[in-house]
Design a protein. Structure first.
Lengths: 86, 168
């Protein structure tokens, strides 16, 4: 299945645009998505610090997702680097 | 009547409005009104700042503000009204980045609710600040990792985990 991943903060400047689409197995977990995205960024955005993705959260529009969660049914989620609002 | 007002405002459309915040949290029952206003300042860590840009995952940010409001009601008590508004886009020095107001019958709860809200916004909302400097450089601010907060919450501890974000 194709998963749409919206990027924010420093990830937007990785040279991959504001969003990425990745191919994942049906019923993939967030943990699997994290690993797949890390491999994709290592290849396409080598300027990003190694290990940044481990500090990033994945989220739907409604909630932060845990690594054990399945990718949402609508196959859309966001990657959230460490936050700095306020 | 809603007790919580939660919004994210595109600075290109309108500035934040402290008067609206005060009006929202005012109530004949309330003797204590507190406000926090975050403005863009012209320096940080020894560097001259010319402006900031806020990126935001807007739907989750607004939900986060609402959850913060509900938490304030649970922890501090009712009646309580809370107003949370955060700007996004390119802000100039002096622009208002965040406006928070709280209204409660007495002052102690109003101070506590306002402080709870701004700390939670800073540590939990999906918002990112990028500073722009006089030398033309820009850098994303050091942030708090949301996934590590969740992992710690699951294990029983709940503290913000700051993580340095790389500059550009």
């Amino acid at each position: 299945m194709k998963v749409h991943i919206e990027l924010f903060g420093t990830l937007r400047e990785a040279g991959t645009g504001d969003a990425i689409e990745l191919e994942l197995p049906a019923r993939a977990s967030v943990a699997m998505l994290r690993n797949t995205l890390a491999e994709h960024l290592a290849e396409h955005a080598p300027a990003l610090p190694h290990g940044l993705l481990q500090h990033c959260a994945f989220a739907s529009e409604d909630a932060i997702l845990q690594d054990s969660d399945a990718v949402p049914h609508d196959r859309r989620l966001a990657v959230l680097p460490p936050v700095s609002g306020g | 009547m809603s007790m919580i007002h939660a919004t994210a405002v595109d600075i290109a459309q309108a500035p934040l409005d402290p008067a609206a915040a005060l009006e929202f949290v005012s109530d004949p029952r309330f003797g204590g009104i507190t406000t926090f206003i975050g403005r863009v300042r012209d320096h940080n860590h020894g560097r001259i700042v010319t402006g900031v840009s806020y990126d935001i995952f807007r739907p989750l940010a607004v939900k986060t503000f609402e959850a913060i409001g509900n938490r304030a009601r649970e922890q501090i008590g009712e009646p309580l009204k809370l107003y949370i508004a955060h700007a996004y886009g390119r802000l100039a020095i002096g622009d208002l980045a965040v406006v928070i107001a709280a209204g409660t019958p007495h002052r102690d709860e109003a101070f506590r609710a306002c402080r709870l809200a701004i700390e939670a916004v800073k540590h939990e909302a999906p918002i990112w600040k990028q500073e722009h400097y006089i030398d033309g450089d820009s850098a994303w601010s050091e942030g708090c990792s949301l996934c590590e907060q969740h992992r710690q919450a699951e294990s029983g501890a709940r503290t913000a985990v700051p993580v340095a974000s790389p500059g550009t």
